[in-house]
Design a protein around this ligand. Structure first.
Ligand code: UDP
Length: 239
């Protein structure tokens, strides 16, 4: 299988929540610096890295709509929030000397390129990190689904989901001491057991296209480089 020989091109999915560090909201420069350092290291090894960042540290559409907002509008606010995270990561990467491009699903030509898949591929081939902002540009989707879709469209071999836990468990490891971690899962098991990997839309898209998902602890020392290189880490969901 591909994942035995390492990846050549990957999509790294970072949750917005992680960007907030110890806070609930906003951006922790320490976290962004840590992530940027690791991405720079991975890129230096010749691996093509695209990034999708969530917006949970800014705003979640579903939550706002519970508060009475129209869901579509709230989701657009969420998508705009992801772009703020993208610009933060871009800044830290560029200061490390890594060339980057931000491409957004919603046009905002002063701060980012439009999402153009063939152009994204070209950037990656030149060793640039491409940061995809604005999710899919459509309400009722998540940035997890965007990560899967972008990975498929640009021909990445895996989606690497950096989270706060070190893999997928059969129960919440923070609440249940007996929770068991999976090394490997198939998509159907994730869906039928409702395991917390990605939302069902994202998982089924990966399933239909045989795209592997790796779930790993984002902040563990050396983990990002390990995941990007295709080393065994966290939990892999694959065919
Ligand atoms: N969002 C959306 N469409 C997309 C991607 C994101 O409407 O294609 C909105 C949605 O409101 C979501 C918010 O943007 O709650 C932030 O994204 P997400 O929840 O995926 O961020 P994460 O959980 O990864 O931090």
């Amino acid at each position: 299988a591909m994942y035995d020989t390492g990846w050549g091109r990957v999509v790294l999915k970072l949750s917005g929540e992680a960007f907030a560090g110890d806070e609930q909201l906003g951006i922790s420069p320490d976290v962004v610096r840590y992530v940027a350092d690791a991405i720079a290291e991975a890129v230096a090894k010749g691996i093509q890295v695209a990034v999708v960042i969530g917006g949970g540290n800014m705003l979640r559409g579903a939550q706002m709509s519970e508060g009475g907002m129209e869901r579509g509008r709230a989701d657009y606010m969420g998508m705009l929030g992801t772009v703020i995270n993208c610009l933060a990561l871009q800044d830290f990467l560029e200061r490390l000397g890594v060339d980057t491009r931000v491409q957004t699903a919603i046009h905002m030509s002063q701060v980012a390129e439009a999402y153009i898949p063939r152009r994204a591929i070209r950037h990656l081939e030149k060793g640039r990190v491409v940061i995809f902002g604005g999710g899919l540009g459509a309400p009722f989707f998540s940035t997890d689904t965007a990560a899967a879709q972008r990975a498929l469209e640009i021909g990445a071999q895996a989606v690497l989901k950096g989270t706060q836990v070190d893999g997928v468990y059969d129960a919440d490891p923070r609440k249940d001491a007996g929770a068991k971690k999976f090394d490997r899962l198939d998509y159907n098991e994730v869906l039928t057991r409702g395991l917390k990997v990605m939302d069902a839309t994202a998982v089924s898209l990966c399933m239909d296209n045989g795209l592997p998902i790796v779930v790993f602890d984002l902040m563990g020392q050396g983990n990002i480089v390990r995941a990007v290189k295709g080393e065994k880490i966290g939990t892999i969901v694959c065919p």
